[in-house]
Design a protein around this ligand. Structure first.
Ligand SMILES: Cc1cc2nc3c(=O)[nH]c(=O)nc-3n(C[C@H](O)[C@H](O)[C@H](O)COP(=O)(O)O)c2cc1C
Length: 280
């Protein structure tokens, strides 16, 4: 990875230079205005999927499944049917859609074999109690199989896919693209993409080149720190050190926050509406 010069974001957008990890986190925000006709290079889509594939995953099961769809390969009617009330325009403008699913069949198909692969490569070591015997006689029958029968199973599997999706999402920005996770019409998708019954639908990752500026009005509002992060017990906030905040600002992870009624953002939305023929 290379460090980005302060004036180099155009080069970054052209995909010629990578950002530091913290800046990728800082620059990501949900992009909802895409260049509708600007195609996304296939290698960038593959890179996004490669990043998802390398995500950590409980018991190395890899529930994550994704179906990539080029928007223009859907008919107008199919695209219309795919929309939801909170993601209609996102879906219409994004040239590439990556539909994410959790495949609930993996655990009982694999029967612990992916854990045994981890034992074989020394990732799960005997020092920690791991062996093929431990997987076959204890982990699979007493933990994994019962897990698949629990009502919480879908939540566990979806959490796993969420980790993979997050890597995909950040990688889209690292590749100079914009992206937004969105809901979609899961019934239509199942029919159109021949989705197996064991796959549960999660979200679509919409990908394309941003039509809005990369700042897109600034980093979006978050709940107060003290409401989210605790130390030792609930109700005792993890102390937030302002010196760390300052360092993260320097690293461009914490960026200018979006503010209400920002005239520059209002103007940007107006310009986008005119250019893309959208209602205001
Ligand atoms: C799992 C998930 C589902 C989302 N679904 C939608 C959606 O259906 N429509 C939409 O416009 N944004 C959707 N978003 C984007 C969030 O609304 C967005 O994260 C939030 O506005 C905070 O802004 P930021 O992502 O720019 O930080 C989704 C985000 C996540 C993580």
């Amino acid at each position: 990875m290379h460090t980005v010069r302060p004036d180099a974001f155009q080069t970054v957008l052209a995909g010629e230079m990578s950002m530091e990890f913290k800046e990728v986190i800082g620059r990501r925000r949900s992009i909802r205005f895409f260049e509708p006709e600007k195609p996304v290079e296939r290698e960038k889509i593959q890179t996004i999927l490669e990043a998802a594939r390398l995500a950590s995953c409980a018991v190395n099961a890899h529930w994550a499944k994704a179906i990539v769809i080029e928007r223009d390969k859907l008919s107008d009617e199919q695209l219309e049917q795919m929309k939801t009330p909170v993601a209609a325009l996102n879906i219409e403008l994004a040239p590439v859609h990556i539909y994410w699913y959790a495949d609930l069949s993996v655990v009982n198909r694999m029967k612990g074999s992916r854990l045994k692969e981890l034992v074989d490569v020394g990732a799960l070591a005997p020092t920690h109690g791991w062996s093929h015997k431990f997987v076959d006689e204890f982990v699979y029958p007493q933990i994994l199989k019962p897990m698949t029968e629990s009502p919480a199973y879908a939540v566990a599997a979806s959490t796993d896919v969420g980790v993979a999706i997050c890597q995909a999402l950040l990688t889209a920005f690292d590749e100079g693209l914009g992206a937004c996770l969105s809901s979609f019409n899961v019934g239509i998708a199942k029919e159109l993409f021949h989705v197996p019954d064991e796959w549960i639908p999660l979200y679509v990752l919409l990908v394309g080149y941003p039509a809005e500026s990369w700042q897109a009005g600034g980093q979006r509002p978050r709940p107060p720190w003290d409401e989210q992060y605790f130390e030792g017990e609930h109700g005792k906030p993890f102390e937030r050190d302002e010196a760390v905040v300052e360092t993260l600002k320097q690293a461009k992870m914490i960026q200018t926050p979006a503010t209400p009624n920002n005239p520059a953002r209002i103007e940007e939305i107006k310009r986008l509406a005119e250019r893309l023929g959208l209602p205001l």
